[in-house]
Design a protein around this ligand. Structure first.
Ligand SMILES: NC(=O)C1=CN([C@@H]2O[C@H](COP(=O)(O)OP(=O)(O)OC[C@H]3O[C@@H](n4cnc5c(N)ncnc54)[C@H](OP(=O)(O)O)[C@@H]3O)[C@@H](O)[C@H]2O)C=CC1
Ligand SMILES: CC(=O)N[C@@H](CCC(=O)OP(=O)(O)O)C(=O)O
Length: 335
């Protein structure tokens, strides 16, 4: 058994990951941590998530100065399910102690430290870690994920967008023009902490982050193509649906597009739906990426859906840990 500790275990992605690890045949959930000042320290994780009574009856421990060495000595892997800035502070500490880190935040996804001021609002002082981190987009980066000491698990919206678009880019089917990505996320995407815009009476369907959402540069970087990304918050709890408007290169046929998507045909968590368009209902609570598309001349509309907490966060993190351990990537997620 490999021991895994989770920092930020009381949050939505942390609790989802705790559930996956506690149910996994080869991983042991060693420790669940929250901040030192957390109102939840000392509670059981199952007090917060009673649906997991019996499975997650672990005490939430405060992360204090003495914790780092204790965690490093007792854990093979540390998962950071914390805010980006917290992850950027924590990851180097664990890496220096020799533990592999899987970071679910955006703290190590972008190529250059200088981008963090603009898109994340803090200065990033770990360019060498940005250089060495493996981007945890499983279908496209298995070899690097397998050997990296730090895995930056891909963002939720980028996971959907990149799986939908990289087959087309790789096959040379995209025209040079900008691709428009309109995305809607459920409210768990915003995390468990209290905020006005995620309150029951406030949530409806509304765009946010126009032109400056941090997932814009993340998608551009890993697609190597200009995009315009607009997220929306929807009034459902989990799932992401993206409608993507693509201009195809001259003379691209429906068969070319279908052939391009065959690149992903053997990926166990990708479901290619062809003309059948995905929905939130078909993916919420599942580890899958559903991709559908329809074409008219040079216009292609691709629709992609994932569960933000599974393929968009904890599920993909578990895949990365499986790959790093030499296990089947979907162990504990499927079948
Ligand atoms: N929700 C989602 O769909 C997705 C989230 N992510 C990323 O995962 C990370 C976590 O997101 P999410 O689960 O939604 O967030 P939540 O707000 O739900 O949870 C954050 C967790 O971090 C803990 N925490 C806060 N500060 C510290 C600290 N200094 N030290 C240790 N623990 C701390 C919180 O507990 P407490 O405050 O009580 O200490 C809580 O357990 C973020 O970076 C997010 O961007 C990635 C993909 C999808
Ligand atoms: C609905 C909502 O607020 N979603 C979050 C994205 C989810 C997330 O936590 O982003 P990462 O994948 O980069 O970690 C947001 O837009 O900030």
């Amino acid at each position: 058994m490999l021991n895994v500790s989770i920092i930020g275990a009381s949050g939505y992605s942390g609790a989802e990951l705790a559930k996956l690890i506690a149910s996994h045949p080869n991983f042991n959930l060693k420790g669940c941590y929250v901040s030192q000042q957390s109102l939840d320290k000392g509670k059981l994780l199952s007090d917060l998530y009673p649906e997991h009574s019996g499975l997650l009856d672990l005490e939430l421990l405060p992360l204090c100065n003495e914790s780092y060495v204790q965690i490093a000595q007792s854990s093979d892997y540390v998962c950071l399910c914390t805010d980006h800035k917290v992850s950027v502070e924590l990851a180097p500490k664990f890496l220096d102690l020799g533990v592999k880190v899987f970071d679910l935040s955006g703290g190590f996804r972008l190529a250059s430290a200088s981008q963090y001021e603009q898109y994340y609002g803090f200065s990033h002082n770990h360019q060498t870690l940005l250089d060495s981190a493996a981007y945890g987009l499983v279908e496209w980066n298995k070899a690097n994920i397998a050997k990296a000491k730090l895995v930056a698990v891909a963002g939720c919206y980028p996971t959907a967008a990149l799986n939908a678009l990289k087959p087309l880019k790789q096959s040379g089917l995209l025209a040079d023009s900008q691709i428009i990505i309109n995305a809607v996320s459920g409210v768990t995407g915003a995390g468990r902490k209290a905020a006005i815009n995620t309150q029951f009476c406030e949530v409806s369907l509304a765009p946010y982050g126009l032109f400056n959402h941090r997932h814009g540069p993340e998608i551009t970087q890993y697609l190597d193509h200009p995009i315009l990304f607009t997220p929306h918050l929807g009034n459902f709890s989990r799932g992401i649906l993206e409608t993507i408007y693509v201009r195809l290169a001259d003379n691209v046929t429906e068969n070319d597009v279908t052939q391009a998507y065959q690149t992903l045909a053997d990926e166990p968590l990708i479901r290619l739906k062809g003309r059948v368009l995905p929905s939130i209902k078909s993916v919420a609570g599942t580890p899958y990426v559903d991709i559908g598309w329809q074409q008219q001349g040079q216009q292609l509309i691709v629709v992609v859906a994932i569960d933000n907490l599974l393929k968009g966060a904890a599920g993909q993190a578990l895949q990365c840990m499986n790959i790093a351990s030499g296990f089947n990537a979907t162990l504990g997620l499927k079948d």
